[in-house]
Design a protein around this ligand. Structure first.
Ligand code: OSB
Ligand code: MG
Length: 368
């Protein structure tokens, strides 16, 4: 595409209810929306950083700074830019993968819209809808958790993931198992434990979970391998898998037997596909994680999750699980426990300009 400019906006999107993990509580989703302006039309992307650097070292106002100071100028320096070259152009800047992912998605969407080609087809989707799991935040008590999970099961979600942290783990998991029997169930610790907690983590083995997600720190690859040898529950890394290289290393060390793929965390949808491809070749199941995406990222995640190696239900839930009002005109909805892969050109969703304006709190336009 002939890139003419990039517009960045910080949005504050109200959540339907607070979302609590081992690292904190969010009541408003602060996110950056990217608009790529090209000679052949525009494209949209989303930078999935959180307001605070608690899930990873990235955070929204750091993203806002690095995008304007380094990454967007590097892209605008290119006369013609294919989506496949965005990663290369941004490679000299270390880290900031969520920012790179959001910029790449906007360029990719612009290029595909201009071609009239859907993102799913481009990425290699083999399904027209994907099974939908839901990530449930830490609640005030095990009873409250059972109540919340029951609501999602009634809506049709096909897999439940509950967030855990030290002291809010075994009783919570037991309560959900007791209440709902053999439902597909998994837990996510978001790095809240250490190897000293091995006895607690081993207690979770009796609940026959699909997996335990990221029990230890992002850089604890060897410790995850040690833990994996002592648990029967499969370990699935999230935070640790920041690239295809990191995925290869974690698999080689037997630190993980399943991988959660999030395009933001790994620097873009193209790197996400590379991780998918290597896992498919190695027989390692993957699933699509989420970062409370708006309708932009949610459409892209549905497309990604439709690739053949995504054999476990992902955190690709309906928009209404998080947002009373989305910024796209056709938000993702749950239909018999599934979310449809959009079929229109590019992301296959259109921005709702009024909603976008209403939630924008900061804006900047950078031109060539
Ligand atoms: O660890 O998967 C995670 C949300 C923000 C940061 C990290 C995580 C999550 C979720 C929500 O679990 C996934 C979703 O978008 O539904
Ligand atoms: Mg996770």
């Amino acid at each position: 595409v002939a890139l003419e400019g990039i517009e960045l906006r910080v949005l504050h999107l109200p959540l339907v209810s607070p979302f609590t993990t081992s690292f904190g509580t969010e009541t408003v989703r602060e996110v950056i929306v990217v608009r790529a302006l090209t000679a052949d039309g525009e494209g949209w992307g989303e930078i999935v950083t959180s307001a605070a650097p608690l899930y990873s070292s990235e955070y929204t106002h750091g993203a806002w700074d690095v995008a304007q100071r380094f990454l967007v100028p590097a892209l605008l320096d290119e006369r013609m830019l294919s989506p496949e070259r965005v990663g290369e152009v941004l490679e000299p800047v270390v880290g900031h993968r969520m920012v790179k992912a959001g910029l790449e998605l906007a360029v990719l969407d612009a290029a595909l819209r201009a071609e009239g080609r859907p993102l799913g087809e481009y990425l290699g989707a083999v399904r027209d809808r994907v099974p939908s799991g839901v990530s449930v935040g830490i609640q005030s008590s095990p009873a409250a958790l059972v109540e919340t999970v029951g609501g999602y099961l009634d809506e049709g979600y096909v897999r439940i993931k509950i967030k855990i942290k030290p002291g809010r783990d075994v009783a919570e998991t037991a309560a959900v198992r007791d209440a709902f029997g053999t439902i597909p169930l998994q837990v996510d610790a978001n790095s809240a434990y250490t190897l000293a907690d091995i006895d607690t983590l081993a207690e979770l083995d009796r609940f026959d979970l699909l997996l335990i997600e990221q029990p230890l720190q992002e850089d604890d690859i060897v410790d995850h391998a040690t833990l994996a040898r002592q648990l029967t529950t499969p370990i699935c890394l999230d935070e640790s898998i920041v690239s295809a290289k990191a995925a290869r290393d974690a698999l080689a060390l037997n630190a993980t037997s399943i991988i959660n793929i999030k395009a933001g965390r790994v620097g873009g949808y193209l790197e996400a596909v590379r991780i998918h491809d290597l896992c498919l070749a190695a027989g390692v199941p993957v699933w699509c994680g989420g970062m409370l995406e708006t309708g932009i990222g949610r459409a892209a995640n549905a497309a990604l999750a439709a690739l053949p190696g995504f054999t476990l239900p992902g955190d690709v839930s309906a928009s209404s699980r998080f947002y009373p009002r989305d910024i796209v005109t056709e938000p993702a909805v749950l239909e018999s426990g599934h979310v449809r892969v959009p079929t229109g050109a590019g992301l296959g969703v259109e921005i709702d300009p009024l909603a976008l304006e209403e939630f924008t709190v900061e804006r900047v336009l950078l031109r060539r």
